[in-house]
Ligand binder design. Structure first.
Ligand SMILES: [Zn+2]
Length: 384
């Protein structure tokens, strides 16, 4: 009797684990509602546009209805590995505190103006000069990255906009098919304050009002991007804000950046846009691929990194970061638990089956003996 109860309990635990594991991963899913991007958009201010009416952008800015729009969802299983993709090399990113950089709130984003001495020297046919970087974010409840990975949003996203050196300036390049190269990276939440991001975020209150600007000391902007630039996705797309020119060669890095919860909250809760409303949820919804494909500089998809994310040893800090941002770590932790309990269950089931078989054999032998001898025998001790 005791044994039956034990096995029933084990079965219950097993079922619970299997149910809980997939549920924990579904909580990170998002409906992917609104969003944007930009480069040299000076005309956009002649028309008011906002993120709440992004489905109407195309009526004024016809390119927004095009077939190579950004952002997109990056389906990691459909990404095509291209071993010939040249790696990205940056130069001039290590700025010193002088000259100062202009930081502005343009009513759509927080933007830092960059000097053309910052450039991409390898990765494309031509050198691309930096022009500006800016951010997309959501709210504490709603993650605000523009691109998604397998339909999952990250809390925020950084875009570093560059223009092709064959053009005189970003305005001339902005509507050319080979005009722009944007380096994008996902921003997640980590335990530590990010000192490099703090150089920008500490000046947020100076630009809280729309169309205001301030100056901040220069710094090494390379540290705003992930440590490794080796693993990335590449596709052709557009500005993610009106006028939505289809002129962007997109690079989205696989490795992420982390800032603290407090730092992200500062970004979400400080800047104002028109009518004194908080500037937040400035992300455009993922656009259809229309036959485009995404290539990757690496062959294994993030979902196949299982051996790297072993939850039992917390030695790898990148593992903790993934897990704390609700990323792949949680899901894989659940999978590993489920497999472990599944295995345990299988072994106990086998043991129980053998035990039951033995008992039945014994019992039938006893019944046989009882029929033959007709003599009363006391119950065997092991029935107790
Ligand atoms: Zn952008």
């Amino acid at each position: 009797m005791l044994r039956t109860a034990f096995f029933t309990l084990l079965l219950l635990i097993h079922c619970l684990v299997l149910r809980v594991a997939p549920a924990s991963s579904s909580s990170e899913e998002d409906d992917g509602s609104s969003e944007q991007e930009h480069a040299g958009h000076k005309k956009s201010h002649s028309h008011h546009w906002g993120y709440t009416d992004q489905h109407t952008w195309g009526s004024v800015f016809t390119d927004c209805n095009g077939k190579s729009q950004s952002p997109i969802d990056i389906n990691t299983k459909n990404a095509i590995y291209d071993s010939k993709l040249p790696s990205i090399a940056l130069e001039g990113y290590d700025l010193t505190d002088q000259p100062a950089l202009t930081l502005l709130n343009n009513g759509h984003t927080l933007q830092l103006m960059l000097p053309p001495s910052m450039r991409i020297v390898s990765g494309f046919d031509r050198v691309y000069y930096a022009a500006q970087l800016h951010f997309h974010w959501g709210t504490v409840e709603e993650p605000g990255s523009e691109h998604t990975i397998d339909n999952v949003h990250f809390p925020a996203e950084i875009h570093v906009v560059h223009y092709n050196s064959k053009y005189a300036n970003i305005s001339e390049a902005a509507n050319k098919p080979d005009g722009l190269a944007v380096l994008g990276a996902f921003i997640g939440i980590g335990l530590q304050e990010n000192e490099n991001y703090e150089r920008i975020l500490s000046a947020l209150t100076d630009v809280s009002v729309e169309e205001t600007k301030t100056e901040i000391p220069g710094f090494n902007a390379r540290h705003l991007l992930p440590n490794s630039l080796e693993r990335f996705y590449r596709y052709t797309g557009s500005l993610t804000t009106p006028p939505c020119f289809q002129s962007v060669n997109w690079t989205m890095f696989n490795d992420t950046i982390t800032v603290s919860r407090r730092q992200l909250a500062a970004l979400e809760d400080t800047l104002k846009m028109e009518q004194n409303q908080l500037l937040r949820k400035n992300f455009r919804a993922p656009q259809l691929l229309h036959g485009r494909y995404v290539v990757s500089s690496f062959s294994e998809s993030p979902n196949q990194q299982t051996p790297k994310i072993v939850p039992l040893t917390e030695t790898d800090p990148s593992t903790r970061v993934r897990a704390s941002t609700g990323g792949l770590g949680e899901k894989q932790r659940g999978d590993i638990l489920a497999i472990a309990f599944g295995g345990l269950f299988a072994v106990t089931l086998l043991a129980f089956s053998m035990y039951a078989f033995q008992q039945r054999k014994k019992y039938s032998k006893f019944k046989k003996d009882a029929r033959q001898n007709v003599i009363y025998k006391p119950a065997s001790k092991e029935e107790a």
